[in-house]
Write a protein that binds this ligand. Sequence first.
Ligand code: AHM
Ligand code: MG
Length: 303
Amino acid sequence: MIPEKQVSLQEHARELEPELAKLIVAIGDMTVPLQNEFPHRLMGVKNAPNKYGEVVAELDSWANGFICDRLIKTGLVRKIYSEELESPLLYNESAPFVVTLDPLDGSSNIASNNPFGTIVGIYRKDLPCKGRELVASLFKLYGPVTTIVLATKKGVHEYVKHRTGQANYMLLHESMKLPEKGKVIGFGGDITDYPEQIYKFTKSLVKEKKLKLRYCGAFVGDFSQVLHYGGLFMYPMLLNKPEGKLRLTYEGIPMGNIVERAGGKSSNGKCSLLEIMPKDVDGRTPLYVGNREIVEALEKALA
Ligand code: AHM
Ligand code: MG
């Protein structure tokens, strides 16, 4: 639903508990200084790989430091778990929230100027705990326009950053729900590494159900189109990587919360991503998110 009058994120967040609203507004306020640095940090990689042994883009590493610093300065965050931190950052034991962070999802899109984003999970409890414990989760998409999609118990709302005016983010879509009929499919990983059932299922979505393949290479971008047009995004189990690529805590759970609150379904192939008790905060998971009936059919095909 598109709201009739312009409502800022600050105003709209008044429906939330005040300290949660404050944290979310602070996350929105980080956008301008963060984006101002993008042009200066498009090139280069860090010398040391991250904890997954992956090459880290200079922008990814800087964004992680910047966002962690700003989160700490809110005084509302007691611990940060980040995809780009070796170990969690315990800062203020009396602060209310524990935050998970993928500072720059889709970092291989930096060099080609394709979309990338930031994924955040907000808990009151410390990890490990199931995704059902999330108080809120959101992603920012730095695309042609910058958006925040926020999921709380009040629903899923999308805000867009305006270039002028005092209030930076304005409500764009309130109480988002996935369209009933899915239109698009996006999938990561090498198709030749897909198990037969997944390959067949994917082919049937394209050939029989006529879903259109649209893949941008950043989970945030591919997820956003599923939210708007309906369909499926997956980074499945692969023959050589049964756990897939995406991380349960930093990527799967926060986005699983958004899709489920928008009426869709998340899965690791067997159950909801929000029902898994993570054994390791850095663990990976096969990931399937989208319209409920599509994800259920996929679970069936895998059973
Ligand atoms: P990143 O957080 O290191 O950028 O990795 C996650 C990204 C996702 O955004 C995207 O869905 C996936 O990796 C793409 O991987 P691939 O290039 O293997 O398809
Ligand atoms: Mg990342």
